[in-house]
Design a protein around this ligand. Structure first.
Ligand code: IPD
Ligand code: CA
Ligand code: CA
Length: 264
């Protein structure tokens, strides 16, 4: 099973789903709420998901799949595809062009390939383990910003407040109190990719799911960035806390998250 063949599959799946998302963008589609009033799913999420799963099953019928809307299609396989058919559905539903398809591939517990494709902005992020990360085919790297005081950050908030050690708003407040610009784009996969290509210096969020982060996790690492839990230890795509940075500002961000730095 060559990596080249899997690369063709992941690219075809992302591009096909992206074309469908783009064709509906700012058009007419049904929207419903899954859990709570603002956790939305549109008919386009389901359409995109079907296209991706059909392509993966056509090429790799014995592989496992985890996908946001259909759940787990587990098999006895070393390979696991982790899919978010639209990350940033609220943006998509409101005609905001910050949303994407995210597909990650794991082998024996390690992320080996990831794609995040935003067709509205024509941005196709890709990474393969050990081979670096690219944006539209060109290599990308995290920023080289070392001075935390001038860092540009991004975060996100869950639709339902989870059980967390600390209320996410408190951490947001502490970051803002440092005088830092903190953005909130509404797509965790894009947040991670924008750290990977150096637009942001750091990203943190509580309570993300594997499909939000799988592809972006590898893209950040392959672009030279660091990802951890909020205690600074290595994270897997199945853990709830995500801190992704250029590496240089990681410890300072951990300090603010964990209240070691409270004032400017
Ligand atoms: C959401 C986005 C958002 C994050 C939410 C996610 P969805 O995913 O990634 O940025 O803050 O926690 O659920 O629902 O658009 O796939
Ligand atoms: Ca998502
Ligand atoms: Ca989604």
């Amino acid at each position: 099973m060559t990596m080249e063949k899997m690369k063709l599959t992941i690219m075809e799946a992302a591009k096909s789903a992206g074309a469908v998302i783009q064709s509906y963008f700012q058009g007419v589609f049904t929207i419903r709420s899954k859990d709570g009033i603002n956790n939305l799913v549109t008919e386009v999420d389901n359409h995109s998901e079907k296209i991706i799963i059909d392509i993966i099953k056509r090429d790799y019928p014995a592989h496992s799949i985890i996908s946001e809307e259909v759940g787990e299609l587990m098999q006895d396989s070393e390979y696991q595809w982790i899919i978010d058919p639209i990350d940033g559905t609220v943006n998509f539903a409101h005609g905001i062009p910050i949303c994407c398809v995210s597909i990650g591939l794991r082998h024996n517990g390690k992320m080996i390939m990831g794609v995040v494709y935003n067709p509205m902005m024509n941005e196709f992020f890709f990474a393969e383990r050990g081979k670096g990360a690219t944006l539209n085919g060109l290599p990308i790297r995290v920023s080289d910003k070392k001075d935390f005081k001038t860092a540009c950050l991004v975060t996100g908030f869950p639709y339902k407040w989870p059980e967390t050690k600390e209320h996410p708003i408190k951490v947001f407040e502490r970051m803002i109190m440092q005088g830092l610009p903190v953005r909130r784009l509404g797509s965790a996969a894009i947040d991670l990719c924008w750290v990977a290509c150096g637009r942001f210096d750091g990203f943190w969020e509580y309570n993300l799911n594997s499909w939000d982060v799988a592809a972006g996790y590898l893209i950040v690492r392959e672009a030279g960035g660091r990802i951890s839990n909020f205690d600074g230890t290595d994270t897997t795509v199945f853990e709830k806390e995500t801190l992704a940075t250029n590496g240089y500002i990681h410890e300072e961000m951990l300090g603010v998250i964990n209240k070691e730095i409270t004032e400017n």
